[in-house]
Design a protein around this ligand. Structure first.
Ligand code: PMP
Length: 435
């Protein structure tokens, strides 16, 4: 399941609800596995910290056609030139099949890495293709970076709220996530400084600052140009590496992109990019740009995890970038998503005037604060019954906060469906107030 839709609730540890009946393992009187999971005694600690989503079952229902899903972060792919892409894939296999279907370099295809430099130049990043590591989506890059830096108990500082899939990675590696608030201009420098100072006083080992600076998932806000150098300076002073996760940066609705944090600091930032939102997630191609020594570790970690990213996917994306008008395609996506954003905020203003929400300048999401006293997690089953779905705010916090918020995505449904979804949601909210 897409981590976008999976949520991050607090289920009991794997198998915890199962009866404690030993079925395997040495020693007749020791409690080991259970009937539901005979290997419960054998898991590593990190497996116990992996949690399934408590709202997963609801999302199975939410995917039914009668439900308007404002939950998932799935890009709208109907706009892609699918016939041309089909021919292109055919040509890749016909002309370069033995390369496309072969193992490749752990760092990624050299030509694609060169092309990625062109993509990143749009956000002011100057790098060398040697600095780029191609990954299986930026999700794998998140895992690799966490794997090479985090010991159990190390701190990752992250925005409040934060991308649910990143929180899942940090939890799987037994990091302690400490949230720092953001506002309409993104992560708040003074709050970051205060948090890092207090963690330093407590003697905590803070390894990473995880941030989504552009069109934040889920908050919809963008880190202002003024704050970027301030955040970098604070992180540098405390010896904390910045993990800049930027899958949405080119999906802005007005003006030029703000220069990436990586464009301001080559030594203190690991930058993550992805083709998932600007092209298509199905190829599963993302990338990391890292300081030289970190890049070496990333390649080793990736090699041990997957040997190499898919050559077939890399060559397909490389051919797309070479032969198609990818800049024009991104522009078309921006137009499409802007229209949907307008439908979303227009419908919110009309139907949910007692709520408040962010008005994103790009990307896929708005972050809605419910009228006082409402709990988005408790309300979700009733929303799904009313045939509308969203992600409760608690999914985006490591500490159970966020029940007064929800994330609404405007990327996938048509403007009419968005309006209908918000109308249904308003009916549910009105019903809650009467409960
Ligand atoms: N980071 C953020 C902020 C995301 O929203 C997503 C996907 N929704 C990812 C990383 C992972 O994307 P992918 O693995 O498809 O590149």
């Amino acid at each position: 399941m897409n981590p976008e839709t999976s949520g991050a609730g607090a289920l009991p540890p794997v198998g915890a609800a199962a009866p404690e009946v030993p079925t395997h393992g040495p020693g007749a009187d020791a409690v080991h596995g259970t009937r539901l999971d005979p290997w419960l005694h054998a898991y590593a600690d990190r497996a116990h910290s992996m949690k399934a989503s408590e709202i997963r079952a609801l999302f199975a229902v939410a995917n039914r056609p009668e439900v308007v899903s404002l939950a998932g972060g799935m890009p709208y792919l109907e706009g892609l030139p699918l016939d041309a892409l089909g021919e292109m894939s055919h040509r890749v296999l016909a002309n370069r099949g033995t390369t496309a279907l072969q193992y490749g370099s752990a760092q990624g295809d050299e030509t694609l890495r060169e092309q990625i430099l062109e993509v990143m130049a749009l956000e002011g990043i100057e790098a060398h293709s040697d600095d780029v590591v191609v990954t299986t989506g930026s999700q794998q890059a998140l895992d690799l970076v966490t794997r090479i830096f985090i010991n159990p108990g190390d701190v990752v500082v992250a925005e409040a709220p934060s991308y649910v899939g990143a929180l899942g990675v940090f939890r799987a590696h037994q990091a302690d996530v400490v949230h720092v608030p953001l506002d309409a201009a993104g992560l708040i420098p003074a709050a970051l400084e205060e948090t890092l100072a207090s963690l330093a006083r407590a003697g905590r080992s803070v390894k990473l600052l995880y941030t989504v600076p552009n069109f934040h998932n889920p908050a919809g806000v963008t880190l202002s140009a003024e704050r970027r150098p301030q955040i970098l300076e604070i992180a540098r002073r405390y010896g904390v590496l910045v993990l800049e996760d930027n899958p949405y940066g080119l999906l802005g609705f007005e003006g030029d992109p703000i220069p990436a944090m990586r464009s301001l600091d080559t030594d203190g930032v690991v930058y993550l990019g992805s083709f998932s939102k600007t092209f298509a997630p199905g190829y599963r191609i993302g990338w990391a740009v890292a300081p030289h020594a970190v890049r070496e570790k990333l390649v080793l970690a990736s090699e041990s995890a997957i040997l190499c990213p898919s050559n077939a996917s890399q060559l397909a994306i490389s051919a797309y970038l070479e032969t198609c008008d990818w800049r024009g395609q991104i522009k078309a996506f921006c137009e499409l998503y802007r229209e949907r954003r307008d439908a979303m905020v227009g419908a919110l203003a009309e139907h949910l005037p007692d709520a408040s929400w962010t008005v994103p300048d790009g990307g896929f999401y708005t972050w809605v604060k419910l009228p006082a006293g409402l709990d988005s997690k408790a309300m979700l089953p009733r929303a799904v019954t009313a045939r509308v779905a969203y992600v409760p705010g608690t999914a985006f916090y490591a500490n159970g906060e966020g029940s007064d918020h929800m994330r609404l995505s405007f990327c996938f449904p048509s403007p009419e469906r968005i309006r209908e979804g918000v109308r249904r949601l308003a009916g549910v909210v009105a019903g809650e107030s009467e409960l």
